[in-house]
Design a protein around this ligand. Structure first.
Ligand SMILES: [Zn+2]
Length: 310
């Protein structure tokens, strides 16, 4: 009797879980209730644990094509960090209400890869990928000024960083052509570049980031890409939601005490590392790592050994 009861409880619990998952998958497709969607996206951003769980479900796996892309973060890693992230984390306010009412969708394509944790690379994808064809126009998301145009062969390809009047910064990657120059003022919706497939990218798409003083905000928390609008007129940045995972905020690992980037040139091998993983994480190639360290592609990596990465 007791045993049967236990089974009954077990079945109820399982069906409850199934119902929740169904409800969630339905919510994901619903676009009518912006506020709900917005709250849910903010919740994703604050709970890295939940996000990992969600990305591993079939619902998520089937919904997006994960484009192979650099897993590096141009704000904290790579050669151009000094230029790319001029912000001192100590100066970032706890909260900030950002006016996003005057906006333009950077390109009209669908989302092919969301912001968030990528289990395959064990890294955060700090922007969102939008489908486009090479040569399609990319538009300024807000009014502001071109802070940086740059090229990174192994990373974002041709990319632009705009600094906006609302204090956000937006990043546009894998471009094929710049239509603006450094320091130029741009109006919201102004064509700034042509999209492409430059850098480490497989298939033409736009990598789009929204940053507040270096902190990578989920662009989908601000924009409703499906309906080509914003969820609300203001986005409230809350620093606390970024503290749970260092991957959400500018890393301090790459800075010396004076706040300048030291540009680490060595790396200590950890369990589970491969040359491919180390190369991807540091924006370099397996061939280069082999050359620098006198290794072969097939060499066994010793945990704890320090190798040169640049
Ligand atoms: Zn991307």
């Amino acid at each position: 009797m007791n045993f049967l009861k236990l089974i009954a409880i077990g079945i109820t619990a399982v069906s409850a879980i199934c119902t929740t998952q169904r409800a969630e998958s339905q919510n994901l497709q619903s676009v009518s209730d912006y506020n709900k969607t917005h709250a849910r996206l903010l919740a994703y951003q604050s709970k890295v644990q939940d996000q990992i769980k969600l990305t591993e479900t079939e619902i998520f796996a089937n919904q997006w094509i994960e484009e192979e892309e650099p897993e590096m973060d141009i704000y904290t890693e790579g050669w151009d960090s000094k230029l790319v992230n001029p912000y001192n984390p100590a100066n970032v306010p706890d909260t900030k209400v950002i006016d996003v009412s005057k906006f333009h969708i950077p390109c009209p394509g669908r989302v092919t890869s969301p912001y968030g944790y990528r289990p395959r690379f064990r890294r955060m994808h700090k922007g969102i990928d939008l489908k486009l064809q090479t040569g399609d126009t990319v538009y300024a998301a807000f009014s502001g000024r071109v802070r940086l145009t740059n090229y990174e062969r192994r990373g974002y390809g041709y990319y632009i960083i705009l600094r906006h009047e609302n204090e956000l910064e937006t990043v546009y990657g894998h471009l094929s052509k710049f239509l603006v120059e450094d320091g130029q003022d741009v109006k919201v919706g102004q064509p700034i570049a042509l999209g492409g497939n430059t850098g480490r990218s497989f298939g033409a798409h736009l990598h789009f980031e929204t940053r507040y003083m270096g902190y990578a905000i989920n662009p989908a928390a601000i924009f409703d890409f499906e309906n080509k609008t914003t969820h609300t007129d203001t986005y409230t940045f809350d620093k606390r939601t970024f503290k749970k995972s260092r991957d959400y905020s500018p890393s301090s690992r790459y800075k010396s005490s004076k706040g300048k980037y030291s540009g680490k040139s060595t790396y200590r091998i950890r369990k589970g590392d491969s040359l491919g993983k180390i190369a991807a994480r540091h924006g370099t190639t397996v061939n280069r790592l082999c050359r620098l360290n006198g290794l072969k592609k097939t060499s066994t990596l010793k945990v704890g050994k320090v190798i040169r990465i640049r």
